[in-house]
Ligand binder design. Sequence first.
Ligand SMILES: *Cc1c(COP(=O)(O)O)cnc(C)c1O
Length: 372
Amino acid sequence: MTPILMTGLQSEPDALKSSMSEAVARTLASHRFILGHEVQRFERSWGSYCDIAHAVGVANGMDALEVSLRSLGIGQGDEVIVPGLTAFATALAVARCGATPVVADVDPRSGLLDRASVERCLSDRTRAVILVHLYGQLREASEWVHYCASRDILLIEDCAQAHGAAEGGVTAGAFGEAGAYSFYPTKNLGCFGDGGAIVTNSGELAERARVLRNYGQTSLYRHDVLGLNSRLDEVQAAILSARLEWLDEFTESRRANARDYRSRIRQDVIGIFDAPTEPSAHVYHQFVVTCERRDSLAEYLDARGVQTQIHYPLPIHHQPAAANFGRDPAGLANAEYLAATCLSIPCHPQLTQADRDQVVGAINAFQGELTA
Ligand SMILES: *Cc1c(COP(=O)(O)O)cnc(C)c1O
């Protein structure tokens, strides 16, 4: 029995494979590898896909966050609030720009940032909140816009898991000052290496990001600020343009997987997060269940040919590298609970009905054995 994997890269359509080969061949033949036509073309199509005025390609998703923060003038002496349940890169980007991450708790029904906890994390040094659209979900994003405006702090979106998610007709990345996307290979839109982009409706911010990503260079060999080397390369941009053609179809497949899981996975000892506010608001980068016997469940599924992963096993404030970060003085009980109980199950676009039957069957059998 071939196991059901967490990603579908092995079984993608031939038409996609050949358009990617064509894209790579075209780029190799152009002999232009950095900041050329392919990057410009992808930036334009990514901006228009997100319905956001500017997209700036960078080397990865963490740099997209760091460049966003630095473009907004955030640095030494500033505090930025981040959720306790996210990729470490969210918090690391804050530390890399010289500011202090302050870790807030999350909502146990979604895993997303909790407003009451953010309120407890505020200080007179708070400059921004990074809202992470964890697992691909947007939830009450416009309320976060109002909240941040009312507290006079900036809103930055970590869209690394939320390609194309939209709430109330507004796409991830268009709510805040800037949105940071990752195109790491396993993301909903991924390249064949590292890649990322900043999206923003501010022309000024986009221009600062363009300068920062390229050594702080304002014109050839003139450096007005200390920037970084963080460029999206031509080959990755060409691959992204080919893959973007398939994103809508792949997202619909992820949603169909999720609908099937929601309707058939029993919730005896397993929990499932709240359904999205509207179908478009969730792109199911991950489908996550919670279970107090999480490690036994993972082992049980593995033995029945179902791969799983944990996103994430250690909350940010428990990471050894986070000793100097701030945190909610009331504690982060929900982030800790979810880190101990969450399990991501296969939800990629190439899953078949038979694959889902196997996943659902194994999860329900596990629950049946526990409750028998
Ligand atoms: C993947 C990811 C990142 C980092 O992106 P990279 O391209 O790997 O640097 C940041 N935040 C979240 C939520 C992610 O999932």
